[in-house]
Design a protein around this ligand. Structure first.
Ligand code: NAI
Length: 348
């Protein structure tokens, strides 16, 4: 099964290590180093089979190439997956992370890691004991800390650009935005939107989290299982991937989709389904690049927060260009974004 996945992939290399002590498969997927070292977070997750973990890593690494290219960063795309039997804690977790740090270090800088699902800044502090090819350590350890607030800022700029494209004005006052998932990114996004005068609808599988967020920013809670059919101007998926597919797209009651979640489309043809319904879809990797921009700007390029914020504002221009191409060529926005990625890679 590994053979089939690797044959079908257009990336550069995959480093595989089996950590017998924790029964963990480690996959470091280097999709492209054309624009710079491959960069992407470390996902720690139990999978049904190692094959599923590799598949996830390959797909996510490819998306990172697109994300960094379209954001104009001097980085390639990569991703690491630690396929654990269960999420480890304490000493066991620390030992696993140290051995994982050795693997990253052995790649000599071809891959630069960061946080992702189930890995935190504290984990990066541990990995940093074995390699300096990483970003996203805690601020106490000299890193730039959580990237989630910057991801939220980038999505906010994306929402304004999409609203401007549709209505001619980026004013969010009185517009209804439905956020699915009020975790680190969705919660910060809710605050930004509330400050801009938007009406907020918030859903989360964690009821208490949804209620807290609604109380904090003056929004209303929508039951998690009612999210898709709820009317709004902008739907913002900030929870998990695969939320836009043949079963959900017909039920959407929105004009615009702009969110932080990676891989929002269930399948490539879902982009066509959305445009056939007249729904503007902002390609996820265009608008959720705020996290990688935050890390690269502050840690790799040595810029200050003002320069980072300027780059985050650039997400609005990138999305506007993507929407302009899509409209001019009569193609889905995802295809327009792919053209922008191809042009940036070809120019390198
Ligand atoms: P998080 O784990 O802090 O928050 C996710 C929230 O979604 C949680 O509150 C969870 O209870 C909720 N949730 C899960 N499934 C749900 C469902 N079906 N319906 C409603 N709520 C659901 O994650 P975070 O950091 O806020 O990231 C959100 C999304 O954005 C993820 O898909 C992540 O991969 C993506 N992303 C995050 C970046 C970052 O800088 N944190 C950067 C780029 C993408």
């Amino acid at each position: 099964m590994f053979e089939d996945l690797l044959r079908a992939w257009d990336g550069e290399e995959v480093a595989v290590r089996f950590d017998a002590a924790t029964d963990t498969w480690m996959f470091v997927c280097v999709h492209s180093t054309r624009l710079g070292p491959s960069c992407g977070g470390t996902r720690m997750k139990p999978y049904a089979a190692p094959h599923d973990a590799l598949e996830d890593g390959l797909r996510l690494a490819s998306a990172m190439t697109s994300k960094s290219a379209v954001a104009g960063l001097p980085l390639g795309g990569g991703k690491a997956v630690l396929a654990v039997p269960s999420i480890p804690e304490g000493g066991r977790r620390r030992e696993l992370l140290l051995r994982y740090g050795d693997l990253v270090d052995a790649l000599g800088g071809t891959y630069v890691t960061a946080c992702d699902m189930n890995t935190s800044e504290r984990d990066m502090d541990v990995v940093a004991e074995r390699t300096h090819h990483l970003m996203g350590r805690s601020t106490e350890s000299g890193g730039s800390g959580s990237s989630a607030p910057s991801t939220a800022v980038g999505v906010f700029h994306g929402i304004r650009a999409a609203v401007r494209h549709v209505s001619g004005s980026q004013d969010l006052a009185g517009r209804t935005v439905l956020i699915q998932g009020v975790g680190a990114v969705g919660r910060a996004l809710a605050d930004l939107l509330a400050d801009a005068g938007a009406r907020l609808l918030l859903s989360d599988v964690d009821d208490e989290r949804a209620r807290d967020a609604a109380a904090g920013c003056g929004g209303e809670v929508v039951r998690a299982d009612r999210t898709i059919g709820t009317e709004c101007d902008v739907f913002s998926p900030c929870a998990t991937g695969g939320v836009l597919d043949a079963s959900t797209i017909p039920a959407l009651r929105c004009r615009i989709v702009v969110g932080a979640a990676n891989n929002q489309l269930g399948a490539p043809e879902d982009a066509e389904r959305l445009s056939a319904r007249g729904i503007l879809y902002a390609p996820d990797y265009v608008v959720n690049a705020g996290g990688i921009i935050h890390l690269a700007s502050l840690e790799l390029l040595g810029e200050d927060e003002a320069a980072r914020d300027e780059r985050l504002r650039g997400i609005a221009d990138t999305l506007a260009e993507c929407l302009r191409i899509a409209e001019a060529e009569g193609i889905p926005t995802g295809a327009a974004a792919e053209r922008m990625v191809a042009a940036r890679l070809a120019a390198a």
